[in-house]
Design a protein around this ligand. Structure first.
Ligand code: 5GP
Length: 125
């Protein structure tokens, strides 16, 4: 069910529980700033979620409240992971959903890193 993506942060959201190790995930990479894992319902041959470690509900929340080190560390991790997954040659798409119009489901800021096939042009529906 879509969420509004606006605070307050819900410590019981699925990604918070994954970060605490209460729910398993298929981990792709992890460092001090980010955790990357395979989406449970992949919509492309490669569909990885990258989440910051802190309690942020959306991109605006993250960029307003996170430290410069967290923001730089997170986006550096996204770029590094795209490269490590060998997505650079054929390309990939990065998606960050926020709010009902985007159908955001999990109120913890995250990006979808998708690739492994021709993804078509932007939005289809
Ligand atoms: P959103 O719509 O919030 O941008 O995307 C949330 C994503 O999280 C969806 O693509 C959904 O498949 C994925 N997801 C939801 N629950 C779980 C889970 O428990 N584990 C994993 N790995 N992904 C999940």
């Amino acid at each position: 069910m879509p969420v509004n993506g606006l605070g307050p942060y819900d410590d019981q959201n699925i990604f918070a529980r994954i970060l605490r190790g209460e729910i398993p995930c298929k981990r792709v990479a992890e460092d001090e700033f980010a955790l990357a894992f395979h989406d449970i319902a992949p919509q492309a041959p490669v569909h990885v979620l990258v989440i910051p470690k802190g309690r942020y509900v959306s991109l605006a929340d993250f960029t307003a409240k996170a430290s410069d080190a967290e923001i730089a560390g997170f986006f550096r991790a996204v770029g590094r992971i795209a490269k490590e997954l060998d997505l650079e040659t054929q390309g990939y798409r990065l998606i960050a959903n926020m709010g009902p119009h985007s159908n955001q489901e999990v109120p913890h800021f995250h990006v979808h890193l998708m690739g492994g096939r021709d993804l078509g042009r932007m939005l289809v529906a």
